[in-house]
Structure formats: C-alpha cells, structure tokens
Write a protein that binds this ligand. Structure first.
Ligand code: SAM
Length: 258
C-alpha cells in the first residue's frame, strides 16, 4: 500500500500516463453493466471517463490513499462513488459486471491470489480490464531494487526490499493464470510506449511520481533525500545524456471475460 501518493508529482506526466488508460478502455466490450469498480482509482478523473463511456448503473472508485480520494470527491454523483479500501485484501463475491484497474495492481503482492479474488468478485460473463506498467527490467527499477538490498539503504527502509520483479508475472504467465482461473475469453498484450522527454532529468521526475514513492514512504525524510541523490548519480552513470531523451516504457494489458 502506498499513501506516499503525491497527486501533484504524479500529474506532471498526465497525458503520457492517461493514454494507456484510454487504450485500456478500447479492450472493454460495451454492454449493459449494472455495476463497475475501478481498483486504485487515484484522483477519480479517469474513473469518471469510464463511467461516462460505458454508463454502468453504478460505479465505485476505490483507493487506499486519502490524498487521492479527497481529489476524487469532486467527481461523485448519484451513480459514481468513491471509497477507501485496500486492493491487497479486497474481494466481493459475484458483485461486479466490470472490474477495471489502471496502473495500480503492480503494487500488490501475490498476483495469483489477487487475480483469483478479482475473478471471484465478477459476475458470470463479467469483464476484467487491467493495465499495469511492466518496466521493472529497465535501469530505473533494476537500480532501485539493487539499492534496496544494500546494507545502508535496507536499514533506512526498515529491512524492506523493493522487489517488483518478484511481484510481476511474465506476459505468458498472466495469460496462463487467466486461463487456469476459468476466464472463458482473454486478450493479453504488451505494448511499448516511447516517451520523448526533454532530458534524463525527466526520467527521475517520472519515477519520483510513481516507483520512488515506495522509498519516500518507507524511509525517514533525510534518508530519502540522500537516497535520491545517490540514485540520481548512479542512474546517470547508466542512462545516456541524450536530449531529447527517449524513454521506452512497457505496459501490459489484460482483458478477460468470466
Ligand atoms: C499510479 S496511480 C493510478 C491511479 C488511476 N488508476 C489512474 O490511472 O490515474 C495508483 C493508485 O493505486 C492506489 N493504490 C496503490 N496500492 C493500493 C492498494 N493496496 N489498495 C488501494 N489502492 C492502492 C494508489 O493510492 C494510487 O492512487
């Protein structure tokens, strides 16, 4: 869970971050949805886009971050609500016709258990549509993962290790998991988004709004400042000083029908 979510930092690359959401919407087969849920809805802005596009009778946006939910409040209506909850333990048997999640499930541990709970929460014939960043083999993530396992930083993290590669399955493992869970149809795709940034400085800005929030949340502030400085130096020893900087970013799309 992460309540280090900083809506301002996160929204810096708003357009780049919302495009995958619109691509995810294109995976959904429009039909009559009685109830929909958006897991890890963030500011709720995109939850409302989904709600207005597919017109479920009722949509719930849920998130564990109060900072995000406070922003989401402004999009509430009679048929669109927001509530605090934790994806890591969430399950509502046979309750939804549509479950979506954009850029949120990658934080949760135990994906086989998580997707089982999602399957159980769908009504028969319901649709699941998930998009997750899958860039954990890029230097930004390999470096933070390596640093989290070094003595000094591990102590600052209170013994925690950042190990996304262990959380995320491979593309084919997700496809197999969906099949084994009994989904009747599926579409699983990996897409590379090429982001043209002004310089590699922007890569740091980008990950500060997402992956590095884990470190921000789990370290005392003075340690995080030192961590950020070392992270920047070590990352810049790997990434070329190109201007503009081409930042390849992989994302996985999972669609399945129960
Ligand atoms: C990258 S943001 C995406 C927000 C939104 N879906 C969007 O596309 O704009 C990830 C969101 O997931 C939420 N989140 C992360 N872990 C969570 C958990 N265990 N339970 C509920 N929400 C969680 C964060 O608070 C954050 O708002």
């Amino acid at each position: 869970m992460c309540d280090a979510w900083n809506p301002t930092q996160y929204e810096k690359f708003k357009n780049e971050r919302s495009q995958p959401f619109f691509d995810l919407m294109d995976f959904i087969h429009p039909e009559k949805f009685a109830s929909a849920i958006d897991l890890g809805c963030g500011t709720g802005e995109l939850t409302r886009v989904m709600h207005e596009r597919f017109h479920p009778s009722f949509t719930l946006g849920m998130d564990s971050s109060q900072a995000m939910l406070t922003k989401a409040d402004e999009f509430s209506s009679a048929s669109l609500s927001f509530a605090a909850d934790n994806i890591d333990a969430w399950e509502q048997p046979s309750s939804f016709d549509l479950i979506i999640s954009n850029a949120a499930l990658q934080w949760s541990p135990d994906h086989p258990g998580l997707f089982k709970r999602l399957k159980n929460s769908l009504r028969t014939g319901g649709q699941l549509a998930v998009q997750m960043p899958m860039n954990h083999d890029y230097p930004t993530h390999l470096l933070s993962s390596a640093m989290s396992q070094e003595d000094g930083w591990q102590t600052a993290l209170g013994g925690k290790v950042y190990d996304k590669p262990k959380t995320m399955l491979s593309v084919e493992q997700y496809a197999t998991l969906l099949f084994k869970l009994g989904f009747r149809e599926q579409r699983v795709e990996l897409k590379v988004y090429g982001h043209l940034l002004e310089s590699r400085e922007d890569v740091i800005s980008w990950v500060r709004g997402s992956m590095l929030t884990y470190f921000e949340k789990n370290m005392p502030a003075e340690n995080y400042a030192a961590f950020l400085q070392e992270y920047r130096e070590r990352l810049f020893a790997i990434l070329p000083d190109d201007k503009p900087f081409f930042y390849p970013f992989k994302r996985i799309f999972l669609w399945a029908r129960s």
